[in-house]
Write a protein that binds this ligand. Sequence first.
Ligand SMILES: Nc1nc2c(c(=O)[nH]1)N(C=O)[C@@H](CNc1ccc(C(=O)N[C@@H](CCC(=O)O)C(=O)O)cc1)CN2
Ligand SMILES: Nc1ncnc2c1ncn2[C@@H]1O[C@H](COP(=O)(O)OP(=O)(O)OP(=O)(O)O)[C@@H](O)[C@H]1O
Length: 210
Amino acid sequence: MESLHDPEAKRALRRQLRRKRSILSRHEQRQAALNLCQQLKRLPEVQRARRISLYLPVNGEIDPTPLLPWFQKRNVDVYLPVLRPLSANSLWFVAYHAHTPMVKNRFGILEPDTRFAAHRRNRLPAWALDTLIVPLVGFDAQANRMGMGGGFYDRSLAFIRRGGPAPALIGVAHACQQVDTLPVEPWDVPLTAVASDRAVVRADKKKSRP
Ligand SMILES: Nc1nc2c(c(=O)[nH]1)N(C=O)[C@@H](CNc1ccc(C(=O)N[C@@H](CCC(=O)O)C(=O)O)cc1)CN2
Ligand SMILES: Nc1ncnc2c1ncn2[C@@H]1O[C@H](COP(=O)(O)OP(=O)(O)OP(=O)(O)O)[C@@H](O)[C@H]1O
């Protein structure tokens, strides 16, 4: 599908998929979140992680936070993405616990505040995480991804394309956000797998580490 490389077509698809998830009812959202967490708990990449990032959902994104008590019980350190100040469209991963001071960022997403995030002891670069739970707008059966369009994760994970040790990347989305094929852009960092409320799709091994 060459046409999906066209920025206009990509934007239209992104809008359509965002609309799809935004009309789910509260009940559907809750059920989807619980089903997603059942899928995630079964993944070795989630079971073995000692340091993991997730995200606080906005605009109908599937909610991974029902996993928090499970991580807490297992003494897993949980991190949230924070928009890096002075560094265009890239992310820090900042410790998230009961006492983390939170503020809304420019997109209206709650994140640990900048003063807290500024302390080195409170944050990690992406390479130091075992596993990242990555929010998706769309995905396909090859675990190709489409995000919000800011390139935040792609930029923060660009080191993976240079080879060497890398965290596992688990994309998550509602099952209704699956499409037949997504275009792969040169800067796209391949996911290990995508989990939805209904299933897990794994990337083809040959393709997952170019
Ligand atoms: N819950 C959550 N947190 C996250 C992400 C995410 O996708 N979901 N991100 C993953 O990257 C980063 C933030 N990236 C974002 C990229 C674009 C937009 C957004 O809403 N853009 C508007 C237009 C821009 C504007 O309002 O100025 C839009 O698309 O309508 C939001 C977040 C970090 N935190
Ligand atoms: N490593 C990178 N270095 C510089 N620019 C990048 C990099 N990765 C992505 N970009 C830029 O980010 C923009 C958004 O990319 P794309 O449309 O693929 O977003 P996305 O993958 O959906 O978003 P996200 O990564 O935030 O989930 C593109 O214009 C692209 O050029």
